[in-house]
Design a protein around this ligand. Structure first.
Ligand SMILES: [Zn+2]
Length: 76
């Protein structure tokens, strides 16, 4: 049985696979635990990236707030 690699599963979950391959892949995922696990790990990577992105944004906001507070109101 042919297994899927990360790149192929990435295409699959992003919908960049052609219809036939996608059907083949989803059928395979139903019966193959190891490919399913790989697909799950890709999703976890995504969640991790999202979390990091969120943290980074919060840091940026926090830094932005700080500079606003520190900056004296000028021109008044
Ligand atoms: Zn497989």
């Amino acid at each position: 049985m042919k297994h899927y690699n990360r790149e192929e599963l990435d295409l699959y979950r992003n919908g960049d696979m052609n219809l036939f391959s996608r059907i083949m892949c989803s059928e395979h995922l139903k019966i193959c635990a190891s490919c399913h696990k790989l697909l799950d790990s890709l999703k976890e990577d995504d969640a991790l990236l999202e979390e990091l992105r969120g943290k980074l944004n919060r840091l940026k906001h926090a830094a932005g707030d700080d500079t606003v507070k520190k900056k004296p109101l000028s021109g008044e």
